[in-house]
Design a protein around this ligand. Structure first.
Ligand code: P5A
Ligand code: ZN
Length: 479
């Protein structure tokens, strides 16, 4: 059992504590490193997050598919940059039972290769394009950096990968804008703040022309990549000899994009909206939105009456479409129940005791500020709905104001070095566009170049080398 730690001062221990305490994700006990178990409560959160993803992709014409988990070596190796980027992260299946396989099979680290192979069989004409597929699956990466629950796992269990095909470079570029819109809407709906950067050439996805990334700032000030979108050009379609009939009558290789998010999104929700008591969940993804605690007093009969009243109220809220739970456990005192549900991030709590039984005015407590309200029966549903929305906007406001306060724009190396003393959040500095200068700063600041502000913005001021700047380059300590 990990002891309770402070969200603000010892974030990484807090994160491990809350996953266990709130029974979200059992990590570290599984006998394979980098793999965890989604427990029932965590699974409910995860399921609601994937439902949002499905809705967002379906609404914009993406079609859900499911590809095999094994990719033969020959397919995975087709695109040379891609395999160069992934070869030291692939798990290989080499045997079937006792027999060595003639072709090694990879546990997919991502699915560009096997999906492109099928696209080349299915798609013959520009008239079938654009085509947008996605799947939500497990992928496997033999990560060598420090593994962490949800954040850097070796089985990524909630990998939403979208793969699209287009008849022109420009149309693929437009698709990236749509991907960015989808992710903006997704993160906004979960109150997760982000910055969008164009990753530097040397840090783009293996096999891509360029990569646009979403990053968020974790409570400890370190930055985490929470989503990426790649323009793949014709890199994969060429090597798969995937040609289509083009509008001008020629045969040519189509253009592709891919974009993905993972379990890291759930890690961000838990982390960014947490506090010393545990999680605070946005109501859309909260498995339980309202918990009702019967406050016993007096004799058995009164106890029964209070429980009946709690259930009656629960029924009313349920009929209004709210996810409610009455905590009728006999062996726990109300204080222990408060603690229990606060850790699990239930947005609203209602206390029902003998007094409420008579007055029909209930004590309602919001999880984020722990403020209490007296609410009468007639307005209970309305007030609870309003309160949940209000909690969501407060989570949004709190996370975004913290996020903004951790982005620092400077124009001189001196100020950059000042920032490097603490290295909290993101630093932005004018950049001339040459790798050499970014590398120099990475070393000097002991931080990573995240890429340039997207959409592009030309700063006033010059790069550390004295040349005119072409973009703002971001630096941060990263996960
Ligand atoms: C886009 C989808 C891809 O794999 N192929 C299909 C493209 N991009 S990516 O950047 O490599 O990964 C997409 C997102 O997955 C998250 N991620 C991880 N999450 C948890 N554990 C890991 N080991 C891990 N590796 C990558 C990142 O958020 C990344 O943006
Ligand atoms: Zn420079």
């Amino acid at each position: 059992m990990i002891s309770r730690d402070r969200w603000s001062s010892d974030f990484s221990r807090w994160f491990e504590w809350i996953l266990e305490e709130a029974e979200v994700y059992d990590y570290g006990r599984y006998p394979v490193k980098g793999m965890g178990v989604w427990m029932p409560y965590g699974f409910q959160i995860r399921r609601r997050v994937t439902e949002i993803l499905r809705e967002l992709h379906d609404r914009r014409g993406h079609e859900e598919v499911l590809f095999p988990i094994l990719i033969p070596e020959s397919l995975l190796k087709k695109e040379s940059e891609h395999i160069k980027g992934f070869e030291d992260e692939v798990y290989w299946v080499t045997h079937g039972g006792l027999d060595p396989l003639d072709v090694k099979l990879a546990l997919r680290p991502t699915s560009e290769t096997n999906i492109t192979y099928y696209e080349s069989l299915w798609l013959k004409s520009y008239k079938q394009l654009p085509k947008k597929y996605y799947q939500i699956v497990s992928v496997f990466r033999y990560e060598t950096k420090t593994t962490r629950p949800m954040v850097r796992v070796r089985e990524i269990t909630t990998f939403k990968e979208a793969h699209t095909v287009h008849s022109s470079f420009e149309d693929a570029e437009r698709q990236l804008l749509e991907a960015i819109e989808i992710y903006k809407e997704f993160f906004d709906s979960l109150a997760i703040p982000y910055v969008i950067s164009r990753r530097p050439e040397w840090d783009k996805f293996a096999g891509a022309l360029y990569t646009i990334a979403f990053d968020t700032i974790m409570p400890d000030g370190k930055v985490m990549q929470i989503g990426t979108a790649h323009h793949l050009g014709q890199n994969f379609t060429r090597v798969f000899d995937f040609r289509i009939n083009m509008p001008d009558g020629t045969l040519d290789f189509p253009w592709q994009t891919s974009y993905g998010v993972s379990d890291r999104v759930i890690a961000s929700i838990i982390s960014l909206h947490g506090d010393d008591r545990g999680m605070v969940l946005p109501h859309r993804i909260a498995p339980i939105q309202v918990v009702i605690i019967p406050i016993p007093a007096g004799g058995e009969e009164e106890k029964r009456a209070v429980l009946e009243e709690a259930k009656r109220i629960a029924g009313k809220l349920e009929r209004a479409g709210i996810r409610v739970k009455v905590d009728d456990r006999e062996d726990l005192r109300p204080g222990a129940k408060y603690y229990y549900w606060e850790a699990r991030g239930v947005p609203v709590r209602i206390d029902v005791g003998p007094e409420e039984l008579n007055s029909k005015v209930y004590t309602v407590v919001r999880r984020d500020t722990l403020e209490r309200y007296k609410v009468s029966e007639e307005s209970l549903e309305r007030e609870v709905q309003a309160l949940m929305k209000d909690i969501d906007s407060s989570l949004y406001a709190r996370a975004h104001s913290r996020h903004r306060s951790l982005i620092k724009r400077v124009r001189s190396e001196g100020e950059a070095e000042e920032w490097a003393k603490e290295k909290k959040g993101i630093l932005e500095l004018p950049w001339c566009g040459r790798e050499e200068c970014a590398r120099k700063l990475e070393e000097k600041l002991d931080a990573k170049a995240l890429g340039t502000v997207w959409p592009g913005e030309r700063p006033e001021g010059s790069c550390i080398c004295g040349r005119e700047s072409v973009a703002w380059m971001r630096y941060a300590k990263t996960y």
